[in-house]
Design a protein around this ligand. Structure first.
Ligand code: C2O
Ligand code: CU
Length: 570
């Protein structure tokens, strides 16, 4: 048992080591009850899966270095797991969450206690369900404050506000998901984007609920912006106001002041907003950045209102609207993401691996399978195929037990250990006309084993198969430095010469530009089983995923903690 008082007493006794052994620093205890709750949006009411009846779900608060306990009680009819997106969970993948990767789902009527172990994270992250498509409505912010006695590396904002961007379907999301599996075609696009759960003024029956952020003239606000959406990268902006980005994925950046930001699903961006315009109402808005030619997407726009308070004024009847880049404006996207830099200060150093032990190059592709109709399934993908996706030409398939459990018990049979270090087929990945036979991937559950404490470089190479588009690639258990990116095919001789090894941004999710690549580096110092995947939900479902297993080190402090007794059975 890990109580504040107890840690105090132990500290007094000088038993700090013991304390660490117990994984102390426990601060808060949350209960998440998963249940269906009626919500009305876009003129109709439906039951959605929620945590504690809230949409978006309740925020988790912690200070840097604390451990938070969350009891998840499943009172719904769906299988569920919760993932703490961007939390390192040192040596503790048991509580990381992705279904069939680190645990079997929490079945209806059962529960599971998660330990969320914060170490180096400081800033904004988020939690979300990680089974089927349940994360559409089961998600919420994670806010990690600096330790007592330390402060933000920027002037203290007057107030802070989470801005959770989401996606809303009129239909039951579970149905949308089942239809996707059955048809093999594109999923239904969402009917609305949302800001803090509300679609905003541009949608039917939505004006009443529009989210409003009240500000006082002259004050500075910290917006903790989260893209909790499913299938779309977003541009976000506030009319006549600039945003100064100070943190991405819970790691401080050099301040970057822009008129708009790009935020893919999975990413979190903290930005300062100075209320320095004339007292009035202003729109903030988000809409899709969707670069794939012919790829259908939700082309609607969500809005919220920034309203100045404490003043006598008559707001304009039509608040001014922000400039947002066009939906396929890749140049505007990379001009933002390519400008992000780690703060790299004395208190927040960038520790970029300068030498690389293992380099892994992986293609990331959308693919197709030739039609093979099994139980009711159809082939509504391009030219009568079924959509798929892959990394290094392998479409990831979930095993029937979790990979972590199988690995821990030495049941290698449920997965293989031969995820290739190089693309198995070499072609002009980003060429405009690619032979159709390249489209068909292999199926498998192949993991990549990493030696403890080795330094890794992973090059993620987009391809132009089916449709080239941007992919927000996410890694669990390890954040990484984005040391390079470019358009076209990665050139192993030339491109590394242009890497930024001084102050590259440190992220857990990074957008690989259309017909381009990114290079990431990290030290594999967190033993465990870690999912890596595209955070566009349809691509995750189609198989643009793999698993990295960081092996145990020699000392007991470099090894997996034992599994909890209440781990859900399969
Ligand atoms: Cu938000 Cu597997 O991730
Ligand atoms: Cu993708």
């Amino acid at each position: 048992m890990c109580l504040r008082n107890m840690s105090l007493i132990l500290q007094l006794l000088g038993l700090i080591l013991l304390l660490e052994f117990f994984g102390c620093n426990a601060s808060a205890h949350y209960t998440f009850v998963i249940e269906k709750t009626p919500y009305t949006r876009l003129c109709s009411t439906k039951n959605i899966l929620t945590v504690n009846r809230q949409f978006p779900g309740p925020p988790l608060f912690a200070r840097k270095g604390e451990t938070v306990i969350v009891d998840v009680i499943n009172k719904a009819n769906d299988n569920i797991t919760i993932h703490w997106h961007g939390v390192r969970q040192p040596r503790s993948p048991w509580w990381d969450g992705p279904a069939y990767v680190t645990q079997c789902p929490i079945k209806p009527g059962s529960q599971f206690r998660y330990k969320v172990i914060f170490t180096t994270e400081e800033g904004t992250l988020w939690w979300h369900a990680h089974a089927d498509w349940t994360r559409a409505t089961v998600h919420g912010p994670i806010v990690i404050f600096p330790k007592v006695g330390s402060t933000y590396p920027f002037p203290k904002p007057y107030e802070e506000m989470p801005i959770v961007l989401g996606e809303w379907w009129k239909r039951d999301v579970a149905q949308v998901y089942r239809q996707l599996l059955r048809t093999g075609g594109d999923p239904n696009v969402s009917d609305a984007f949302t800001i803090n759960g509300q679609p905003g003024d541009l949608y039917p029956c939505s004006k009443q609920g529009t989210f409003r952020l009240s500000v006082q003239e002259g004050k500075t606000y910290l917006l903790r912006i989260i893209n909790a959406g499913m299938n779309d990268n977003l541009f976000f902006a506030i009319a006549q106001h600039k945003l100064t980005v100070v943190s991405v994925d819970a790691r401080y950046t050099k301040p970057l002041t822009r008129d708009y930001i790009v935020i893919p699903p999975g990413q979190t961006i903290d930005a300062l907003l100075v209320a320095n315009q004339s007292p009035n109402h202003y729109y903030m808005a988000a809409r899709a950045y969707s670069s794939g030619q012919g790829v259908i997407f939700d082309n609607t726009t969500t809005t919220a209102i920034l309203q100045y308070s404490g003043h006598q004024y008559t707001p304009s009847s039509f608040p001014s609207f922000p400039y947002l880049p066009f939906y396929n404006d890749t140049a505007s996207s990379v001009s933002f993401t390519g400008a992000l830099r780690s703060l790299a200060s004395k208190d927040h150093p960038a520790k970029v691996p300068l030498m690389v032990d293992t380099q892994l190059i992986s293609t990331i592709s959308v693919n197709t399978f030739p039609c093979r109709s099994i139980n009711n399934s159809t082939c509504q993908g391009p030219n009568g195929t079924r959509f798929a996706a892959s990394m290094n030409n392998i479409t990831y398939r979930n095993p029937s037990v979790s990979i972590l459990q199988a690995y821990y018990k030495d049941m290698i049979k449920v997965f293989g250990e031969s995820f290739p270090n190089r693309p198995p087929l070499i072609y002009n990945f980003t060429g405009d006309f690619l032979p159709q036979q390249l489209q068909t991937p292999m199926r498998g559950t192949e993991v990549k084993l990493l030696d403890y404490n080795s330094t890794m470089e992973i090059v993620l190479q987009g391809t132009n198969l089916v449709a080239g588009e941007d992919h927000p690639m996410h890694l669990h258990g390890h954040s990484f430095y984005v040391v390079g990116w470019g358009f076209g095919n990665f050139d192993k001789n030339k491109d590394p010469l242009r890497y930024n090894l001084i102050d590259p941004p440190f992220q857990n999710t990074a957008l690989v530009p259309k017909k381009g690549w990114i290079a990431i580096r990290f030290r594999a110092d967190n033993p465990g089983v870690w999912f890596m995947h595209c955070h566009l939900e349809r691509h995750l479902t189609w198989g643009m995923d793999t698993v990295l297993i960081t092996k145990n080190g020699l000392s007991p402090r470099a090894q997996l903690v034992p599994p909890p007794a209440d781990l859900p059975p399969c």
